[in-house]
Design a protein around this ligand. Structure first.
Ligand code: GLN
Length: 330
């Protein structure tokens, strides 16, 4: 009996992708609005301030977006506000490197294991023989930037912004004040790049690489644009809006696997436990989660918890995941 019921539920999902277990149509607009309403008064956490300008962003901003794999989009709250993509950029650069060099290059030259340590940990580089460890902590993300085959720093950055724009299906641009603020203060990332170079795990000039990485982190996205980037991953690497193939279809699962194992840094265990979705966070307050073949869920709000993950954004996405039973392990 139970088996029959499970089969019936599975069939409903397969045939329509739009129905809940009880046969009702999913009201995605109500879902994003409810998630927004439920968490908008949460005041926990603080804006990132080690990048001075991020401390000045209005902490009350909060947006929630679902974009289905066909591009249909549902939004609530501050979804037009452009924020810096920060570490949410990291899986997309990983994707660009894989397009060029294949997935094994990521395994060989960076690694795909979680660190269990903060995103900018120097200790993690010392204690793990792979050094950079995975492309979603700063060390591995800086190494990813250095892996792109480029003739000049301008060319390296152009490949990144062109690639991200293709993921978003529209042109993106750097938020210059964020770039300047981070470039003036990113001593730690400079140390990480030098440290990697000393271990033979950086593949281009360290100062040039950190500068391009900093520009990459300063690229502005709003919730809608980031959700389209995520929907491109949900749609097997094809942008649903433009129809352009942005990521080799064979590599999408590797990107999502690394997001599941490392997208929330040292909180990735509790995230997998509670939401069960590959996702990536950034200190600008953005989070993108991907449900393969179905949708991306994005939320943005500047206040971060201790691990550097947006408090309201993670609550909103976790809530939607639970409402729809989206955990990959269900
Ligand atoms: N640009 C930021 C840094 O390198 C990105 C960190 C993050 O979003 N977790 O520190």
């Amino acid at each position: 009996m139970k088996l029959m019921r499970h089969l019936a539920i599975a069939l409903l999902f397969i045939t329509s992708g739009q129905l809940l277990a009880d046969g009702h149509e999913i009201d995605y607009q109500a879902l994003v609005e409810n998630a927004h309403a439920k968490f908008k008064d949460v005041q926990d956490g603080n804006n990132a301030d080690y990048i001075p300008i991020l401390a000045e962003v209005d902490p009350e901003l909060f947006g929630v977006v679902i974009t289905l794999a066909d591009g249909t989009t549902y939004m609530a709250g501050d979804t037009d506000h452009s924020f810096s993509i920060q570490s949410v950029s990291k899986p997309f650069t990983m994707a660009l490197v894989m397009n060029e060099q294949g997935p094994q290059a990521i395994v060989d030259k960076i690694g795909v294991e979680p660190t269990g340590m903060p995103f900018n940990s120097i200790v993690a580089i010392e204690v793990n023989e792979q050094r950079s460890r995975n492309p979603l902590v700063n060390a591995g993300a800086i190494a990813s930037v250095s892996m792109l085959q480029a003739d000049s720093p301008e060319d390296r950055f152009q490949q990144i912004i062109d690639g991200f724009s293709a993921f978003a299906g529209e042109p993106l641009a750097v938020i210059n004040e964020v770039y300047v603020s981070e470039a003036e203060t990113n001593y730690r990332n400079r140390a990480i790049a030098d440290q990697l170079l000393s271990y033979g795990r950086l593949y281009a000039d360290p100062s040039e690489t950190v500068d391009v990485y900093t520009r990459q982190c300063s690229i502005g996205v709003n919730g809608r644009q980031l959700a389209m980037m995520g929907a491109t991953l949900a749609n097997d690497g094809v942008n649903p809006k433009t129809g352009q193939r942005v990521l080799n279809e064979n590599y999408v699962d590797e990107v999502l696997a690394v997001m599941l194992m490392a997208g929330f840094y040292d909180e990735v265990g509790i995230w997998a436990f509670k939401a069960g979705l590959p996702a990536k966070t950034g200190v600008g307050g953005g989070i993108v989660a991907v449900v393969p073949d179905r949708m991306s869920i994005v939320a943005f709000s500047p206040r971060l918890n201790e691990a550097g993950n947006s408090v309201r954004a993670l609550m909103a996405i976790e809530h939607i995941s639970n409402e729809l039973g989206l955990s990959l392990f269900r």
